[in-house]
Design a protein around this ligand. Sequence first.
Ligand SMILES: [Fe+2]
Length: 286
Amino acid sequence: MLETLPIASWTGPYAPEVKARAVEALENGGVLFFPNLPFQLSEKEKSFLDAGVSDGKAKNISRDPDGTLQSTSLTGKRAQALGAMMGRFADSTSSLIGDLLPYREIERARTSYRPVQVKGRSQSKISDDRLLHIDAFPSRPMRGRRILRFFANVAPSSPRHWHVGQPFEDFAKSFLPRIGPDLPGKSWLYEKLGVTRGRRSRYDELMLSLHDTAKLDDNFQKNSPHQKVDFPPGCCWLVFTDMVLHAALGGEFALEQTFHLDIDQMAEPARAPIKVLERLSGKALA
Ligand SMILES: [Fe+2]
């Protein structure tokens, strides 16, 4: 499940054997683990290791690709410096992915900084990422495109605790029969009302239902097979979060970069969640 890669540089070239292992593990629902790849903060940037840089409302500080920063309490030069750190992370992860993986067309989406301790946060079950889930976002229809996320633990001393669950296909097989049909006209209405950016496909509705049903199922949360993983300070990991069941149970100070890609970029598109769900349901979903 954890594929450890000995990479110690944010830029390639990387050995062909390492590249082959990376894409195979990633598309197969593994987590690429980079134990020797710290994302270094400058002395100045270390002052951002403080939960107070968050505005206290959102879980994460986010930076759009155009540089717009949201949900930070910082202003002026300090906000600019935080944005620059996040931008550097975005550049570093883009360069690594470009050199490591065969995805020629990949969209760089948001960067997030997670400065608040995960443990002890109170929130609704649906938005509680301490529960096992696959990523699916209500306002961002993917219509089958993939969500690839690069994480770095930049905490000085605390590991980031994750649980990683069963394979996607096993999960989908047990949950699909519990999901009802879509309400006719719902995705059209949501688009018109501006609830979603673009129209949700049947795939998006299914993924959201899988996300919610799994989080609300106490028995599944307690008893479904999962592995505990501790990501130590100074490491990184990369994972298709739309396919790998994951939960973040503890830790503070993580950076995350999201990428989106069409399934025709994959070495094996048949492994994409949309293809798995279409096969299991016998329906076209996008
Ligand atoms: Fe997630």
